[in-house]
Write a new protein. Structure first.
Length: 443
């Protein structure tokens, strides 16, 4: 059977104009998490399902496995970041998926959508959006609310829970259900110049400021919380208790803001925005930055053999020693419940996050796997991510009211950098921030 691949590279601005995916199908699935098929259960739906039958299948979730591939011919829209298409990773995986399913004649339409923009792009027109797409896990609550993400069940659910560290399985779990297949971590850690800092030096953020130039994205709300978390501030309790709200108030939070006023004024501190940190590494004017795997190659080029990688350091705030903590999440593959054929779409999503696909992702793009069956020997970045996950991170909440956090935190960072926050008004500014973060939480 001839396999067809239609490379339709779409910019994210074209999302709303895509052609529809057709009627809903039932959600029976074939397990492709390890790039092999299972033969349990029986398929309950066909291409001729009525809308009512299709809706019943969608509610069932991916709980049953197909006995075999029912012949099917159709189109799957698949969205991924541009890099996955430029390197050929996505087309190679889809070709391999085709080869594994000779009874399915699939035309692939490839669209460009960065993982972090899935919520924005998919929810513009859910029924006509991608059938299978990549997403950042903090997008899950909004996607579920828009009926844009199918729940996993059966062996797919087992795969997520048994081949991932619990932190990554938790990252795709929302209201007790799993909604996507994680394939890599999404966090940040520390890169440093080993010719400037020793392994002892990097245990303390304050020591690093004394011995060299440190760049940190203080005006970025994805980063600034690391200091508040180090001093006992919390977001929604353990990250899942929406009623608990955000606790960035009181003396413990005011002490952090007061500390950051001094950090921003330190001549050895650089606010890392618009690429200032990387540029400084290249020039030798910066000796440490805080970033993620996406900048690994650029840092290697800048520092060469002097590149060091580590989890986050401790920080001394008002006499209290604490550990900075980054947000930890994942990037994952999800399925649109409106896909014409849920069995095929779910099988492809599992395949793209399966063991062989994760290995290829690492080989081609350096994307670190979450599958615990894959070992990455001698990779210092992988070791740093593992240490970050275990010791210097908190799960990034994706309860709906987390949306209240981002702007106030960003505004605080910008105000500190601009000198608008001082020792005299730090406590007042901190309480204002906390109030704004909780303006839809307090009873």
């Amino acid at each position: 059977m001839k396999k067809k691949v239609l490379a339709l590279l779409l910019t994210t601005s074209m999302v709303a104009t895509l052609v529809g995916c057709g009627a809903k199908e039932d959600t029976t699935t074939t397990d492709d998490t390890n790039n092999t098929e299972t033969e349990e259960g029986a398929e309950e739906g066909t291409e001729e399902d009525t809308d009512a039958e299709a809706e019943e299948g969608t509610e069932e979730g991916a709980d049953t496995e197909a006995a075999a591939d029912e012949p099917w011919s159709g189109t799957l829209k698949v969205w991924s970041p541009q890099e996955d298409q430029d390197t050929g990773w996505l087309s190679a995986q889809c070709d391999a998926f085709n080869a594994a399913h000779p009874d399915w004649d699939i035309t692939f339409e490839y669209g460009v959508c960065p993982e972090g923009e899935a919520k924005q792009n998919v929810t513009q027109d859910v029924e006509n959006a991608a059938d299978v797409y990549m997403l950042a896990n903090d997008n899950i609550s909004a996607l579920v609310a828009s009926n844009a993400l199918a729940e996993l069940g059966g062996t797919y659910l087992d795969y997520v829970n048994t081949t991932n560290d619990p932190v990554f399985a938790s990252s795709v779990t929302y209201n007790g259900s799993v909604y996507a297949f994680p394939f890599t971590s999404n966090t940040w850690f520390m890169y440093y110049d080993k010719s400037v800092y020793t392994e002892e030096d990097i245990k303390s953020f304050d020591t690093m400021l004394e011995k060299g130039k440190v760049a940190f994205p203080l005006s970025d709300s994805w980063y600034i919380q690391a200091f508040y978390a180090a001093n006992g501030c919390t977001l929604f309790g353990d990250g899942t208790d929406e009623a608990a709200g955000i606790d960035f108030g009181g003396d413990k939070a005011a002490a952090v803001t007061d500390y950051l006023v001094d950090v921003a004024a330190n001549p050895n501190f650089v606010n890392d925005q618009d690429g200032a940190g990387l540029a400084g590494l290249r020039e030798g004017s910066v000796n440490a930055i805080f970033s993620g795997t996406w900048n690994a190659e650029a840092v290697k080029e800048a520092l060469g053999e002097n590149m060091g990688v580590a989890a986050l350091p401790n920080v001394n705030i008002g006499g209290n020693e604490g550990t900075m903590k980054s947000f930890m999440g994942s990037k994952a593959v999800g399925v649109n419940p409106n896909a014409e054929n849920q069995q095929v779409a779910m099988a492809l999503a599992a395949y793209l996050a399966g063991e062989e696909a994760q290995k290829a992702h690492y080989d081609m793009r350096g994307i670190l796997p979450t599958n615990t069956n894959i070992t990455v020997e001698g990779d210092e970045i992988a070791a740093a991510v593992a240490a970050t996950a275990a010791n210097t991170s908190i799960m990034q909440p994706f309860v709906s009211k987390m949306d209240l956090y981002w702007s106030p935190a960003e505004n605080m960072g910008k105000a500190i950098i601009a000198g608008e926050v001082t020792h005299d008004n730090a406590a007042e500014k901190t309480e204002d921030m906390n109030t704004t973060m909780n303006n839809d939480v307090a009873e």
